[in-house]
Design a protein around this ligand. Structure first.
Ligand code: ADP
Ligand code: MG
Ligand code: MG
Length: 912
């Protein structure tokens, strides 16, 4: 477990023990700082305590492994020597920051403590050296606030009520001073103000937390290091890992680093930037900065950040200065670093920098979060620029990022007429419509119930993450494009507007939001255009736009298609759906649900069939349905132009077509000329305790063969018509819910007989296939026997999941969410295939089916067919295709390509 007995890695002045490849050991931040040092970039010197040290720390019941402290002390001495300063020294003090950094970036989840080493001994010297007492006391109060919050409260496991934490209380003290003296911003506070505040801060800390803020530099340092390690199992970090599916046993690294200050005067600054635009993907340097500020100020969204250059400007900072104009030399240097990093990492980087007295320092670089459209554009551009291969480009775009292109947008026409409430920054594209909710808890609760809510906050923090996820959109009144809300939303591809200055106040007591005098209540509907940064009153319609107009998408997807082996089909019930599916890249239809054609006015024919007492009556009613179904099938065949079309015979229980309320039963009686009593009696007769396990699927076709015959006839007559018009067709008729071989045989006989009849009558020959769904667990078990008759299989994983677990899809909502939340099930098996159970049955079905019929065509048509993890699984099982709803076709295409790339990776590793 231990790597060469080394727990601490040094970096600084061109030399580093680590590099970017050691992310698992040094965390993302530490590994990348080492890499930047090696690239010759100016990074304040420091050292990294490894993730192994963190794991050991927990394994030893919160004690450090032997040797760690010695290594750390040696590294500190090296830093001191480089800087010509000494930590805690009265003559020439060194100040440090302690920064956490896990493998994967978790924005703001772990804690940072700045300005460590400020004590009664060093403060006077710092004042003398800087000649700037205001700066020193400002830095000191930040240290007290951060340390008491992170180390003395959070790491100590104290959980104050919302708004009553030590940090909030200390901020309250600043607020009081501002109010008393009539100051507008923090910038108005004088050195004396800050000085007396630090005294008050320390008193409050002692009073609230029962302990004094330490005046010993080593206590400050190790207290902070402890706190970072402890925060790995802090509530917020754990919650974030659950949402992102990250494991607990990675541990976090800790970075100890020389402080540099962006807040020592007007020749100082700090900023956050992206090597390419993270919202559009354009190859422009994009970022925000602030003069005379400490790093946190940009991200915290307390001041409106400036744009670093002209192209980064947005509505809120159009009039404010840019780094490009104000500090042109430093901007040029930074832009050089930007190009260097972008090319070196061959991926867009998210960087942090600080300028101290006209000297530029790099504090961080990491792969930047981006939204879907940007991810696609950057990947395709980087292929054009010769930085990456097509395969890398495909691998780099996540299926859910492609999904964003298919995201709903507000209807432009409705937007024009809507009442605009405000303008903010476009942090997450697409449209979002929902009811205003002011707390994350409430967003979680209502969103979890499937209600549409929009989380409205002044700004968000990691404590809000659980409520941000289920919200339709996020709206904040403060903060910039790199604020917490923006980063998180971008990562998730969620609609988001930040820094909406038109929100003049949010009243948490009255539960209202004031948009410049327009007061809205919690629960009121608003609509958000996250692409443009606009907020509207009311519930605007959302429309889904296609990705056809995105040139980068059009380049990328064929690259994915070249890679993948799985074919991708769509589930489509109408010619319109079929056309959409083809436009999105579907190669066939994997499921046409015939019952969907029975709704609307046609329901009367099927109701008539249900009410009929004998086969004659049923056939009469079915005869009415025949031409309608034939027309449907003809339309679909025509739209699919010879691509395979799988049509499933009638599947749902008949009671679904009968009204259960008295009033509608009456209407039905009148319309069909029968008594209400008869209708009610029929409804009673068809009643089933477990309709999902009842009289449905091929059980219907077996007991009412005339239904199967009619459907087969409609299909084949449509085929015949196509053949006559020289339209190519490849029909595949699919029998649902087969569990026993005779069930299938019986249906196939009817289908074959009708096919013969139609061929003779229409004097045409055509080919067709008859296959079955594998969805009853028993079918998977006897797949070898079924395959003797069936020409193809299609896994119906919705029903199969239902029957394998014994969970009714309709009722699982009462316990399944809790199961997932408590980790009893890792995932909802109706969303992603349960590979251990249902997957095992599928594997058996494939093996046994193909043992009988070597080239048996096998697909999947359950909802899982468009879910990336399930697509990978289907690839690994050797299925021929997946079929999913049209709008998930692009996701499946990309996921199928990823499955091949992952397989290649696996093989390469095995060879080693
Ligand atoms: P996060 O993981 O939230 O990005 P960081 O470790 O980057 O946390 O620290 C938060 C902020 O503290 C950074 O934005 C940076 O500006 C500031 N900071 C951290 N270390 C230093 C340092 N050595 N000198 C100056 N500022 C620092
Ligand atoms: Mg950072
Ligand atoms: Mg089914």
């Amino acid at each position: 477990m231990k790597t060469k007995g080394k727990y601490v890695y040094f970096f600084g002045a061109g030399k580093a023990d680590g590099n970017a490849k050691l992310k698992n050991l040094l965390g993302g931040k530490g590994a990348n700082m080492a890499e930047m040092v090696k690239l010759g970039l100016p990074v304040p010197p420091g050292y990294t305590l490894t993730t192994e040290a963190c794991i050991e720390f927990y394994a030893r019941k919160r004690k450090y492994p032997p040797g760690l402290k010695k290594e750390a002390t040696a590294c500190l001495a090296r830093v001191e020597k480089l800087m010509g300063q000494k930590f805690g020294d009265a003559k020439n003090p060194l100040l440090l920051s302690v920064r956490s950094g896990a493998r994967a970036s978790m924005p703001g989840m772990m804690e940072t403590v700045l300005n460590i080493g400020m004590t009664s001994k060093t403060i006077p010297t710092l004042i003398k050296k800087t000649g700037n007492p205001r700066f020193v006391y400002d830095a000191y109060r930040r240290l007290i606030a951060m340390y008491s919050d992170v180390v003395m409260e959070k790491a100590a496991g104290i959980e104050p009520k919302e708004g009553e934490g030590i940090r909030a209380q200390l901020e309250g003290l600043i607020h009081k001073v501002k109010k008393k003296k009539g100051y507008e911003t923090d910038l108005d506070l004088t050195a004396q103000d800050w000085k007396s505040l630090t005294v008050q801060f320390k008193k409050t800390v002692k009073k609230v937390l029962g302990k004094s803020f330490p005046d010993d530099p080593m206590k400050q340092l190790w207290g902070s290091i402890d706190a970072v390690f402890l925060s790995w199992f802090g509530k917020r970090a754990v919650a974030y890992r659950r949402i992102e599916g990250l494991p607990d046993d990675w541990g976090t690294a800790v970075n100890v680093q020389t402080m540099v200050f962006g807040n020592m005067g007007d020749d100082c600054a700090t900023g956050v930037a992206f090597t390419r635009n993270p919202a559009t993907g354009e190859n422009n340097f994009y970022g925000e900065w602030l003069i005379n500020a400490q790093g946190e100020d940009v991200v915290a969204g307390l001041r409106t950040p400036f744009a670093i250059n002209e192209v980064s400007k947005v509505v809120t900072n159009r009039h404010l200065p840019t780094l490009e104009k104000d500090m042109p030399k430093l901007y040029k240097q930074l832009d050089g670093f930007r190009r260097k990093l972008d090319t070196h990492y061959t991926d867009m980087q998210d960087i942090e920098f600080t300028i101290q007295h006209d000297v530029l320092y790099m504090l961080q670089t990491r792969v930047g979060k981006r939204n879907g459209p940007a991810a696609i554009k950057m990947a395709v551009d980087m292929v054009k620029e010769g930085l990456i291969s097509k395969q890398t480009a495909v691998a780099r775009v996540r299926p859910d990022q492609v999904d964003e292109l298919l995201h709903p947008m507000l209807d432009i026409k409705a937007e024009k007429l809507a009442k605009k409430l405000g303008v903010g920054l476009p942090a997450g594209p697409g449209g979002g419509v929902g009811q205003i909710v002011l707390t994350a808890d409430m967003a979680e609760e209502l969103g979890g119930k499937g209600e549409k809510v929009i989380l409205v906050r002044e700004e968000t923090s990691p404590e809000d993450v659980h409520g941000m996820k289920p919200a339709q959109a996020i709206l904040t009144s403060k903060g910039g494009m790199t604020s917490h809300a923006a980063l998180v939303a971008r990562g998730w591809g969620k609609c988001c507007v930040v820094g909406c200055g038109d929100i003049s106040s949010i009243d948490m007591k009255k539960k209202t939001v004031n948009f410049k005098g327009q007061v809205l209540k919690q629960g009121d509907w608003i609509s958000i255009n996250g692409t443009k940064g606009l907020v509207y009153k009311g519930k605007l319609p959302l429309i889904v736009t296609g990705p056809e107009k995105n040139p980068s998408y059009k380049k990328l997807m064929p690259w994915a298609d070249e890679i993948r082996r799985l074919k991708v089909r769509a589930n489509a019930d109408t010619p319109e759906d079929a056309k959409v599916a083809i436009a999105l890249g579907a190669e066939g239809i994997g499921l046409t649900r015939t019952e969907h054609m029975f709704f609307g006015d046609r329901i009367w024919a099927i109701r008539e069939m249900i009410m009929a007492d004998d086969i004659k009556g049923r056939e009469k009613a079915l005869a009415k349905l025949l031409p309608m179904q034939r027309k449907d099938f003809y339309g679909i065949f025509k739209a699919m132009k010879g691509r395979p079309v799988t049509i499933r015979l009638l599947d749902p229980p008949l009671h679904e077509f009968i009204p259960h309320e008295k009033a509608t039963q009456k209407e039905m009686a009148t319309r069909l000329g029968v008594t209400v009593k008869a209708v009610a009696a029929k409804a009673d007769f068809l009643f089933e305790f477990n309709p999902m396990l009842g009289h449905r699927g091929c059980r219907l076709g077996t007991t009412y063969p005339e239904i199967t015959a009619m459907q087969a006839r409609a299909i084949f007559e449509a085929v015949a018509k196509c053949r006559k018009q020289k339209i190519k067709v490849s029909p595949e008729i699919m029998v649902p819910l087969v569990g026993a071989v005779p069930e299938f045989e019986n249906q196939k006989e009817i289908i074959d007989r009708v096919a013969d009849e139609v061929m003779k009558k229409k004097k045409v020959k055509f080919k067709y296939m008859v296959g079955t769904m594998i969805e009853v667990p028993r079918a998977a078990l006897v797949a070898d026997k079924i395959a003797q008759k069936a020409e193809f299989f299609s896994f119906g994983t919705n029903d199969m999941t239902q029957m394998t677990f014994g969970y009714s899809r309709d009722d699982a909502g009462t316990f399944l969410p809790e199961y997932v939340q408590r980790g009893i099930l890792a995932d909802d098996p109706f969303q992603t295939i349960d590979q251990d159970g249902v997957g095992e049955l599928m594997e058996l079905g494939v093996k046994r089916g193909r043992a009988t019929r070597k080239d048996l065509k096998i697909g999947i048509c359950g909802e899982h067919g468009g879910e990336p993890a399930s697509v990978t699984f289907c690839h690994d099982l050797g299925l021929d295709y997946v079929s999913c709803s049209p709008f998930r076709v692009p996701i499946a295409r990309l996921a199928a390509a990823h499955a091949v790339l992952a397989e290649k990776g696996k093989k390469r590793k095995k060879k080693k």
